[in-house]
Design a protein around this ligand. Structure first.
Ligand SMILES: Cc1ncc(C[n+]2csc(CCOP(=O)(O)OP(=O)(O)O)c2C)c(N)n1
Ligand SMILES: [Mg+2]
Length: 328
């Protein structure tokens, strides 16, 4: 795609909502940049898996859901959980291990969860959450509600047994699930072609008789439209959809990975189609002033910095609480 490619947002989405997508993507990008710095400065133990570059998939998809719909994601889940509505400061607090973190500082970067916004979990075991999402979707049907469950997972997950069993059962039972594969071309350090015998993962939907679609995951308008259609099908009792969103992670797999295995020029080519740039162009084309967008960027940066400052000031969990919330 050329540099001039711009987002294709359907005319039915009000401009105010499209501006809100940009605000959300900006905050997530600044959040991920702060996380990168926090880990580099040794403020956090363990590792982290940044989703910078993949914001259009997470925000576009989550904005197609109701607040009461449920969402599960992977360890690369900061963006998904924030997109579903979790507060910035409590997400920072969780990563920093603070008592006011989303999971009281006991989950950390890979396990962000906020039931109050329908973010039912970030899962570190590849594919483990797909059967869990079948359970939440089945529960909605059982209760007679029209709630939908959306599941994000990576391209690597489509080689795991649980993925195939889950798509099969979801199709047979016509469960209200939207499967969103974030195809960022790599599973850890392996290019997808080294681990996967099909070029397009979307063909795997055919094996389970469910609609599948491969989309440009850098274009938030395309993501939102596609996921909205899938959500409508699920709500109407017409069953699951598989969406393969083509995207890219700008950083390596995790904190320890500089991503040196990537061919020269690949990152730069994806950066040219950064979701924030594409959507900014779409907003400008609809008459939004550049100054409004510049102000939005500055505000988002300040909002994220303030949230981090708050989270840093919070106390660590008291030692005597260490066994609380560990077992249900
Ligand atoms: C069952 C299982 N096997 C192996 C791993 C180790 N592992 C962690 S991340 C990862 C790569 C997954 O790639 P993908 O699903 O494409 O997600 P991405 O990291 O690209 O977002 C692997 C193999 C794991 N966490 N769980
Ligand atoms: Mg991947």
């Amino acid at each position: 795609m050329s540099k001039t490619a711009s987002s294709t947002v359907p005319a039915t989405v009000p401009l105010e909502e499209q501006l809100e997508w940009q605000r959300a993507m900006l905050e997530i990008r600044f959040f991920e940049e702060e996380c990168h710095r926090m880990f580099a400065r040794g403020l956090v133990r363990g590792s982290t898996h940044l989703a910078a570059g993949q914001e259009a998939v997470n925000v576009g998809a989550c904005r197609a859901l109701r607040p009461t719909d449920l969402m599960a994601c992977t360890y690369r889940g900061h963006a998904a959980v924030l997109a579903k509505g979790a507060p910035l400061d409590r997400c920072f607090g969780e990563i920093l291990g603070k008592a006011e973190g989303l999971c009281r500082g006991k989950g950390g970067s890979m396990h962000l969860t906020d039931m109050s916004v329908g973010a039912i979990g970030s899962f570190a075991i590849i594919g483990a959450h797909l059967p869990i999402v079948l359970g939440t979707a089945y529960a909605e049907v059982y209760r007679g509600s029209d709630g939908v469950s959306l599941c994000f997972f990576g391209d690597g997950s489509t080689n795991i047994g649980a993925f195939h069993e889950s798509l099969n059962l979801a199709a047979i039972w016509k469960l209200p699930v939207v499967f969103v594969c974030e195809n960022n071309l790599y599973g850890e350090f392996s290019p997808i072609a080294h681990t996967t015998p099909v070029d397009e993962l979307v063909v795997r939907a055919d094996a389970y008789g469910m609609p599948g679609v491969r989309i440009d995951g850098m274009d938030i308008g395309v993501v939102h439209t596609t996921v909205s259609e899938a959500v409508a099908r699920a709500r109407a009792g017409e069953g699951p959809t598989f969406i393969e969103a083509m995207t890219y992670r700008y950083k390596g797999h995790s904190r320890a990975d500089p991503g040196a295995y990537r061919p020269e020029g690949e990152l730069e080519r994806w950066l040219e189609r950064d979701p924030l740039i594409l959507h900014e162009r779409a907003l400008l084309a609809q008459g939004v002033e550049q100054t409004v967008l510049d102000e939005m960027r500055a505000t988002a940066e300040r909002t994220v910095a303030d949230a981090l400052e708050r989270a840093m000031s919070w106390a660590d969990p008291a030692p005597e609480t260490r066994l609380e919330d560990v077992y249900a």
